[in-house]
Design a protein around this ligand. Structure first.
Ligand code: AMP
Ligand code: MG
Length: 424
């Protein structure tokens, strides 16, 4: 790295990180989010291809749901006005309506009898209650029942769920099965979604080989590439995998320039720390980019770096596998969601009860791989953190259900303490 680059980088580091050079993780996430503008492009997809995509605009109901009064039960429709006096009552069965049958009569007179009606069938306009079949006896084409039901009994009135014009899905929603159900119920077969976020990834490191290749002395398998690709494997993301690049400044710079040219965000692993072969921050500035986050008060993952190169965002994840994994969840996910137009929300977390002892002497917020081991008598999940978890240890991560978050200033965790748990 030349002196000028080193000076620029050091100055940017001071500008973006303050005097102690460690940014709180929430500030780092906020700075990353501030760099991301929701993408403008969108495309039309069929309902079958809409799951996991970000919906481009608000969806308002076209139809009332349900779209007609229908029976909530298998039973018998009656008109309560036709019944008087004390029960039991005896009504003749005069017709039948099953789901899908058309209500063509438009009869307005109050029927003296009853019709057999099945769940989901339209309730003809001149009937106002349904008695479930378990509450009647059937005898010689008549039903016999003791109590007159209230008006509306077992009838799902048209529009009780939603009315035409109601907002049923808000712009920016990441479509899941439940949203697709609503779109289908509204008769919508195609939908406008945000274009996919283009995420270019590459792993840096001369020591890295791919699974399946032979390992020579000093070499390791590239696990980050696969973990990151899996973390990014979402329908709203297009992954551009540029593979593994050895620690050659020129080669890394060319790869980075190409990646920034074609992607909305470039995510790399390795090469962001302070070693001789940690070239990535220097390459960002060398390409005319800017570093916005360098060194975060997080464990693992202190060297995580966020910057911009041209129109593209750069997220430099540390090489250590657990550090890369955690920072992708915390920072990468948030930035990509915003690029896709989704509303900002922190990673899902809940309160759990610790079943471990831990003393801490770090000024960094810690994310410790942990697994759920049961529930306490109050029903809260109980979690056990892995003792020997470090930024490079894959076994605790592989055995974990998520991370326990240990905030700055927390000196000790004892069994029974409440802790924040982020499932992964
Ligand atoms: P670095 O941040 O490049 O200094 O890497 C830190 C540590 O993570 C080193 O021990 C690397 O060998 C290791 N490492 C870097 N990249 C990967 C990767 N893609 N897969 C597994 N380990 C890696
Ligand atoms: Mg490296």
């Amino acid at each position: 790295m030349n002196i000028h680059r080193l000076e620029t980088q050091t100055k940017q580091q001071a500008d973006c990180c303050g005097s102690d050079n460690l940014l709180p993780i929430d500030t780092a996430i906020a700075k990353g989010l501030a760099l991301a503008e929701p993408l403008a492009g969108f495309e039309t997809v069929t309902l079958y291809c809409a799951r996991g995509r970000t919906i481009a605009g608000d969806i308002h109901a076209r139809l009332p749901l349900p779209n007609f009064n229908n029976s909530a039960m298998d039973g018998y429709a009656i008109n309560t006005a036709a019944i008087s006096g004390a029960g039991p009552y005896r009504l003749e069965i005069t017709g039948r309506m099953a789901a899908g049958d058309q209500d063509t009569d438009n009869d307005e007179h109050i029927p003296a009898g009853t019709i057999r009606i099945l769940t989901g069938a339209a309730v003809p306009a001149n009937y106002n209650a349904v008695i479930m079949q378990e509450k009647v006896a059937v005898d010689d084409n008549h039903i016999i029942f003791d109590k007159c039901p209230p008006v509306g009994n077992n009838i799902r009135p048209g529009g009780e769920d939603c009315q035409p014009g109601d907002l049923v899905i808000a712009a920016g929603t990441l479509l899941e099965a439940r949203h697709i159900a609503m779109l289908a119920a509204q008769g919508i077969s195609e939908i406008s979604v945000k274009r996919k976020v283009r995420v270019a990834i590459f792993s840096t490191g001369s020591e890295l080989r791919l699974p399946g290749e032979e390992l020579k002395s000093g070499q390791i398998y590239n696990s980050n590439r696969y973990a990151l690709a899996c973390q990014l494997d979402q329908p709203f993301i297009e992954i551009i995998d540029l593979g593994t690049i050895r620690d050659d400044y020129q080669l890394l710079k060319e790869t980075m320039a190409a990646a920034a040219e074609m992607a909305d965000i470039v995510i790399t692993t390795g090469g962001v720390s302070v070693g001789d072969e940690d070239h990535m921050p220097g390459i960002v500035t060398d390409l005319g980019g800017k570093l916005h986050v360098m060194k975060v008060a997080i464990k693992p993952g202190k060297p995580v770096t966020v910057g911009t190169i041209g129109k593209s965002i750069f997220l430099g994840l540390p090489g250590n596998p657990v550090a890369a994994f955690v920072n992708q969840i915390l920072i990468g996910r948030a930035i990509i969601a915003k690029l896709s137009g989704q509303p900002a929300k922190p990673p899902a977390s809940y309160r759990a009860i610790a079943q471990f002892e831990r003393r801490r002497a770090t000024s960094r917020q810690e994310y410790v791989p942990a697994r759920i081991v049961g529930k306490d008598p109050q029903g809260s999940p109980v979690v056990e953190a892995f003792d020997k978890a470090g930024s490079a240890t894959l076994l605790p991560l592989a055995c974990s259900d998520g991370f326990v978050v240990l905030p700055v200033g927390l000196a000790q965790v004892s069994p029974g303490d409440g802790v924040e748990f982020i499932p992964h």
